[in-house]
Ligand binder design. Structure first.
Ligand SMILES: [Zn+2]
Length: 167
């Protein structure tokens, strides 16, 4: 997801607020089936609101949620925390679930990986606005491949129904 402007820095927050943010992020992640460690860092990251890191085993995997995830969550026009975390959990599933890994091998490349992470996230979430945002994000990603609008809608629909069976 998009990074912050370089000169930006987050306003300070209390230790309680840091704990509250961590708890909220960890609750969302575990409700979506994330395995591993969740951290909250009160910094603006160049890598966006949240980031998944793969470890030697799933238990060692790391999900870091950054300050701007909460700024974006507060903006009703922007991605909410559920959508941002679901996208990162989608990355974990793609790499940790053998059946999903086959999908990644079938559709190599960063664009497909990003689109698939959003689609996995959209299926993990209940049918909410957050899920809709991720479907929209996946479709936006796929326009980079110069596919027609029709081909994108078709791919997204097929992939979501396949993922519903695989997840
Ligand atoms: Zn991603």
């Amino acid at each position: 997801l998009t990074g912050a402007i370089v000169s930006d820095q987050p306003d300070p927050i209390s230790a309680d607020e840091v704990q509250r943010r961590l708890r909220r992020a960890a609750e969302i992640a575990s409700s979506l089936g994330f395995i591993g460690q969740v951290e909250y860092r009160h910094v603006y990251s160049q890598s966006g609101g949240a980031q998944y890191g793969i470890g030697p085993s799933a238990d060692d995997d790391l999900l870091v949620v950054y300050s701007q995830a909460f700024d974006r969550d507060a903006n009703t026009e922007d991605f909410d925390l559920d959508a941002m975390i679901a996208h990162e959990v989608g990355h974990q599933r793609l790499l940790r679930n053998a059946k999903l890994r086959i999908l990644l091998e079938k559709f190599p490349g960063e664009t497909f990986e990003e689109a698939l992470a959003s689609l996995v996230g959209s299926v993990l979430l209940p049918e909410t606005k957050s899920a809709e945002m991720l479907v929209w994000k996946a479709a936006a990603e796929l326009t980079n491949l110069r596919l027609s609008g029709e081909a994108i809608v078709d791919f997204v629909e097929r992939m979501r129904s396949l993922l519903r069976k695989l997840l």
